[in-house]
Design a protein around this ligand. Structure first.
Ligand code: NAD
Length: 506
């Protein structure tokens, strides 16, 4: 889209290639909104095939020497980068709030969780150590090493514009790869902010590149012969498309998809803790988290005791612009997404669920054009309703009442998504049984958002992940490197002699 008269006055977000902002021509632009005021805040360049080709060629050239740079030198840059992100955390959080809408404290939390992965990557020399076996056969030694893949790409969603890229590139770059990031076009500025910090930390030009854009840029990445691996995080239909297309093109792929996370509350649970947790995990970031709780599964008489506690808290929740320190819940990301979430609320009512809290009535004074929707709570939801089957990705929490633990487990295990799940109980035996029986990748026991720390790996099961590798942690490092095993023998007169038989240990 060509910039209109007003857009020409706005900030411009362009690609970051070869250690600097792109100065070439831009054929198409997209609008970036400030969701709290409902107006465009900037325009973002949308890359075509030629821009992606240029980014990959630049990355490939830079990677040749980066891959040979010592572990000590690479690690020093990661430590310097870590210090800069820590120092500029609040500024980065403000960038996130302006374009995503999440409240500032939540944005700072996002940066903190991303920082954890940078810190993990600082331990690279230890993590990359191989194995060595002396004398696997007489006078023969074997050892393993892991080497970078070359140029790898990351394609990321709007809901964590800093943290999700940080799940990927710190490990990829530290391991010796060059990285091409294609962030969400809805909130693109964080990627450039991070790129500048990485450059300031001493990262050689061309190792971390940002290509902004939409499907055109994504397809150029998926088909590019110079890209060895693709990490994707986003919705399930696109994750499936990315996985199928990129693997067909011979790439290594990890594609994390959408979610519908359940929180099971057993009758013996601490209901004050459960009510707080349901609010925090259901409405934090306005429900736009892949680990948000969107279904409360109440067992036995729990609903009648828990719902009043949740409603009491909901009525005090302060909805407002993210930069206002009094706000607890910000707007949705775009007008289109707002309309989509509202349409689910309507579908839930039509299907016969009881809407006990209706956030559509919430108004934010002075921000009438912002994409605000207050918290919505449905009771008596059943598994056939679209508010149960679909990922809504908004401040809409559904309560499904069941009689027994077995019914709760069967409900969770029948769902197509399997990203996160939580159980609230004071019964250790029940919790232990649940962790074993539930078919979900990340499980919380009295923890509503069980996002693994950086030295474990993040990922769901079933429709929440395509590929066999989770992100960050050891699995992340495995993903961005490939193994090589060397079998060596140094000349010794004993080894002489022709023998056409298959090599055997002796
Ligand atoms: P999305 O799938 O619409 O977009 C993700 C990325 O794919 C963006 O960079 C976008 O530009 C690109 N894209 C969009 N449509 C495309 C198309 N047709 N072809 C090629 N590329 C396309 O997701 P979103 O709305 O930005 O983010 C929200 C989704 O991400 C939710 O479903 C959420 O659950 C999911 N998510 C999952 C995790 C996880 O860890 N599993 C984490 C965060 C978000």
């Amino acid at each position: 889209m060509a910039p209109s008269g007003t857009q020409a006055q706005l900030g411009t977000v362009t690609h970051w290639i070869g250690g600097k902002a792109w100065e070439g021509s831009v054929a198409r632009w997209g609008d970036v909104y400030n969701p709290a005021i409902g107006e465009p805040a900037a325009r973002v360049a949308l890359a075509d095939q030629a821009v992606v080709d240029h980014a990959v060629a630049t990355a490939a050239k830079a990677q040749q020497s980066w891959g040979r740079t010592s572990l000590a030198a690479r690690t020093r840059i990661m430590f310097a980068f870590r210090e800069l992100v820590e120092r500029r955390k609040r500024d980065l959080a403000e960038v996130l709030t302006r374009e995503h809408g999440k409240v500032l404290s939540d944005a700072v939390g996002e940066v903190n969780r991303g920082l954890e992965v940078i810190e993990f990557a600082c331990g690279l020399p230890h993590l990359l150590k191989g194995e060595f076996s002396e004398n696997v056969s007489t006078d023969v030694d074997s050892y393993s090493i892991r080497q970078p893949l070359g140029v790898v790409a990351g394609i990321t969603p709007f809901n964590f514009p800093a943290m999700v890229p940080m799940w990927m590139f710190p490990l990829a770059v530290a391991a010796g790869n060059a990285f091409v990031l294609k962030p969400s076009e809805k909130d693109p500025s964080a990627a450039n902010f991070i790129a500048q910090l990485f450059a300031d930390a001493g990262l050689p030009a061309g190792i971390f590149n940002v290509v902004h854009g939409d499907k055109v840029a994504v397809d150029a990445i998926l088909g590019h012969p110079g890209i060895a691996a693709v990490s994707f995080v986003g919705s399930t239909p696109i994750a499936k498309y990315i996985y199928e297309t990129a693997t067909r093109n011979g790439k290594r792929v990890q594609a994390l998809g959408g979610a519908k996370n359940h929180m099971v509350v057993l009758p013996d649970a601490d209901l004050e803790l459960a009510a707080d947790s349901a609010i925090n995990a259901g409405y934090g970031s306005t429900g736009q988290r892949c680990m948000a709780i969107s279904v409360l599964v109440t067992v036995g008489d729990v609903a009648d005791r828990l719902l009043p506690r949740i409603q009491e808290r909901l009525r005090k929740l302060k909805v407002g612009p993210g930069l206002d320190s009094a706000s607890e819940m910000g707007p949705l990301v775009t007008k289109e997404h707002h309309a989509r979430v509202v349409s689910y609320v309507e579908q839930g009512q039509k299907a016969g669920a009881a809407l006990v809290e209706d956030g559509r009535t919430t108004k934010v004074s002075g921000h009438e054009q912002g994409f605000f929707l207050g918290p919505c709570l449905f009771d008596k939801v059943t598994a056939d309703m679209s508010i149960y089957t679909d990922e809504i990705f908004g401040p809409v929490l559904s309560v499904v009442r069941v009689e027994t633990y077995d019914e709760a487990l069967s409900l969770v295990n029948s769902n197509a998504f399997a990203n996160g799940v939580a159980i609230f109980t004071n019964d250790g035996g029940a919790a232990r049984r649940f962790q074993h029986e539930v078919h979900v990748g990340m499980v919380g026991i009295n923890v509503p958002i069980p996002v693994p720390v950086s030295y474990y790996s993040f990922g769901g099961w079933k429709s929440s992940l395509f590929g066999d590798s989770h992100v960050y942690g050891r699995e992340g490092l495995q993903f961005y490197t490939r193994g090589k095993v060397i079998t060596s023998r140094w000349p010794d007169p004993r080894h002489r002699g022709v023998n056409l038989g298959f090599p055997q240990t002796h």
